[in-house]
Design a protein around this ligand. Sequence first.
Ligand SMILES: Cc1cc2nc3c(=O)[nH]c(=O)nc-3n(C[C@H](O)[C@H](O)[C@H](O)COP(=O)(O)OP(=O)(O)OC[C@H]3O[C@@H](n4cnc5c(N)ncnc54)[C@H](O)[C@@H]3O)c2cc1C
Length: 280
Amino acid sequence: MVSHVIPKTYAEALTVLKAGNHRVIAGGTDMMVRHRAWAGLPPLFDKPVLFAFTLSELKYVKEDEQVICIGAMTDLETLLHHERTPALLRQVIAIMASPAIRYVSTLAGNIVNASPAADSLLALYALDAQVVLESTSGKRILSIEKTIVGPGKTVLHDDEMVAEIRIPKTRFTHTMFRKVGGRRADAITKIGFVGCATVNEGIIRDLRLVFNAVAPVVVREKSVEALHVGHSVKNVLSDTDTLMHHYSEHIKPIDDQRSNQHYRKEAALRLARHFLDTLA
Ligand SMILES: Cc1cc2nc3c(=O)[nH]c(=O)nc-3n(C[C@H](O)[C@H](O)[C@H](O)COP(=O)(O)OP(=O)(O)OC[C@H]3O[C@@H](n4cnc5c(N)ncnc54)[C@H](O)[C@@H]3O)c2cc1C
């Protein structure tokens, strides 16, 4: 049995995946950890692997008037320093892992790994990112919310690859990103929060509140956000308890070795409240 394939072209990669029997490796920073074997032994994969990180066709950051398009094999360190990378996404990437890991890891890998604590997802949810999935049968373009359906679970078919991530260009008057971890670098998130808003003449025109590591998937409740758009900052701040009550229903963290439910919930709601205070 062939244990691995290193395709020369993207077309070849899709043809190999057509049989639905290969696992894609991008940077391998999740895959190699998840499938690690005893010290000194190679990792144990349940399927042959397709090494995609060398596919130069998928390494780019492009833009048109409305959208920034990121090729799936663009590494995080390149994105961190690229002038076209949205500022919010750059802020998040800056605290992900360490430079050595960022040089060989990708946004696509962070998305497909679908960890509830994945950091880039905070920015991708807040920025309404779309994920382009491709197979030899064609392309599907899905919102980030529709791509990830549970912890470690996506809607990708076995013959599909993430080809590109698309991020609409949006300007906000206020943004905030906070990662609560055990230390400043190379830390797995206890909880994370991104807030984005546009306030004009005291009225909230756009509001986006995103939390990670507090539920099986990243939490962004567009229906709750919409309740506050069109209202004055003053009104919203006079009743943050109602807003917090809405989020309280969706923020259902777990206890684990990094933190407990009570701390996670309290800290998440306080960060959201703090962000709202900055709008005044
Ligand atoms: C020391 C260390 C520190 C870390 N710190 C952080 C951190 O601070 N924040 C954080 O969020 N994560 C962190 N991670 C996790 C990891 O680095 C990220 O999730 C990274 O973005 C994964 O990218 P990758 O290219 O290495 O993915 P891989 O490991 O190659 O793949 C991950 C998953 O995605 C799939 N996949 C990858 N690319 C594609 C594609 N184009 N199409 C279809 N499927 C694909 C793979 O099959 C696999 O299921 C850390 C990991 C390590 C080892």
